[in-house]
Design a protein around this ligand. Structure first.
Ligand code: SF4
Length: 224
């Protein structure tokens, strides 16, 4: 039996079959990749293809002995970081790239964060959400780090999570430029790395040490 996450495979409820869920940065997939996923699912007689909340497409119901062959057949796709203590997912809405309500390029910013941080090992798991307007379609308020695009720049939220003990994120900055918001996110991740206890989420760390400790360390002077 494979360990959870070993070879990018996740054990299913029957305790016999596995799902694999290739990393799909910000949920943007090409027609060729979709065909490849469908072909692989058919070839190995998977039980289902499941679109996940982290913008992946899981191939569900695979046998252990199929897992290596499935990844070989998925060519340019890779497992990414679906489990473990790390930056797990960056969710981004279509923003100004596709959405008529978009105020900021959330997809471009999400892709940047995915490239920079996806899979980065941290004391606890971390999720990012980047929304192109106040509607927050990327659920920025329940992400460890959430961005919301406004006409005059990015608002930054910290400490949100869903799960058994959900917590709404708190807004710590408004109207940041693209460069400033990248720097602030980098500083938050670094602060979390230095100060979080093992398995702690950012919101619980804030509850423990206080929001001010974090904002003092991560915000540029003009944003405070
Ligand atoms: S958050 Fe705004 S920009 Fe993004 S998809 Fe929703 S409505 Fe469109």
């Amino acid at each position: 039996m494979l360990e959870d996450g070993e070879k990018g495979a996740i054990l299913q409820v029957d305790r016999q079959t596995y799902a694999v869920a290739p990393h799909i940065p910000c949920g943007v997939v090409t027609p060729a990749q979709l065909r490849m996923l469908a072909d692989v699912a058919e070839k190995y007689q998977a039980a289902a293809l499941k679109v996940t909340s982290a913008s992946r497409i899981a191939i569900v119901g695979l046998k252990e002995e199929q897992v290596d062959d499935v990844w070989n057949d998925l060519h340019d796709m890779n497992p990414g970081a679906a489990v473990g203590l790390c930056v797990r997912s960056v969710k981004a809405c279509p923003g100004t790239t596709f959405c008529k309500r978009g105020q900021r390029d959330s997809l471009g910013m999400g892709m940047y964060f995915d490239e920079e941080y996806h899979g980065m090992e941290l004391p606890g798991k971390m999720k990012l959400g980047v929304s192109g307007c106040a509607n927050q379609c990327a659920e920025s308020s329940i992400k460890d780090i959430g961005l919301v695009g406004k006409k005059d720049g990015w608002d930054v939220y910290v400490g949100g999570c869903a799960g058994a003990r959900p917590r709404l994120a708190e807004k710590i900055a408004i109207g940041l430029s693209d460069d400033d918001v990248k720097n602030v996110v980098e500083a938050i991740v670094e602060f979390f790395k230095q100060n979080a206890k093992p398995r702690e989420r950012l919101g619980r760390m804030i509850d423990r040490i206080g929001l001010e400790e974090l904002t003092k360390a991560v915000l540029p002077e003009h944003a405070v």
